[in-house]
Ligand binder design. Structure first.
Ligand code: DX5
Ligand code: ZN
Length: 216
């Protein structure tokens, strides 16, 4: 099965953001990945809801919102107001993860749980049947353009096994350092969704970069 491609606009040209969203609309991208950072959970700040309101208005693909913030449950109404398809919250940011997942579902969005590179896949055992998707970070979150952490391939395999054993139908998404080379190995290991920031936006032909990822 072809992977779902979710380009991350963190690597877009913010001076011409509307043009980059139009490019995604024309392209074979399936979703638009939106990285929200608070400078607390991660050592960087990206963009917030006043900017995303316009992104949501322009984008004609489902929004895959990745919150790298503390207390993400505070912003369920704002994410919902964007019309988001998926709301990704970090396992490490939610002491009451089960409640947050239910709240996201009740709000009418698909809940996804994200784990950092140092969080083992086995920590997802008691939530795997409640989520639409698991997002495995293959870099430490906070910045685009970082080097892929090799151990992520093994984590995709472990997660695929956990999903099969649990009878869950959760999708596996991978984020960080994804390009044609790492993407091919991730798909072979069992990944369903690939996030790509710099591999798309730093490419000379962005639509072609998306097309190549889609063909993996
Ligand atoms: C990192 C973000 C990623 C980032 C990926 O904290 O969650 O979505 O944009 O960028 P690349 O694909 O360049 O590693
Ligand atoms: Zn992300």
């Amino acid at each position: 099965m072809k992977p779902i491609i979710s380009p991350s606009i963190l690597s877009a040209d913010f001076g011409h953001l509307a043009d980059d969203i139009e490019m995604l609309n024309r392209s074979e991208a399936d979703w638009v990945h939106i990285d929200i950072m608070d400078g607390v959970f991660v050592p960087n700040i990206s963009f917030g809801f006043p900017v995303l309101k316009y992104v949501a208005k322009l984008a004609r693909k489902p929004l895959d919102v990745h919150l790298m913030i503390v207390q993400p449950e505070k912003f369920i109404p704002e994410v919902k107001a964007l019309g988001a398809h998926v709301m990704n919250v970090h396992y490490e940011a939610c002491p009451h993860l089960h409640r947050v997942v239910q709240q996201i579902r009740e709000a009418g969005m698909q809940p996804a749980v994200t784990i950092n590179p140092a969080t083992p896949v086995c920590m997802l055992k008691d939530i795997i049947n409640d989520v639409y998707m698991v997002l495995l970070m293959s870099v430490n979150p906070g910045f685009g353009g970082q080097k892929f952490i090799e151990h992520s391939i093994e984590k995709v395999r472990e997660l695929r096994e956990l999903i099969t054993l649990s009878g869950s139908d959760a999708l596996i998404e991978v984020d960080g350092g994804v390009n044609l080379e790492t993407g091919a190995r991730l798909v072979a290991a069992g990944a369903d969704v690939l996030v790509a920031g710099s591999a798309v936006f730093a490419a000379p032909d962005q639509e072609e970069a998306i097309r190549s990822l889609k063909r993996l």
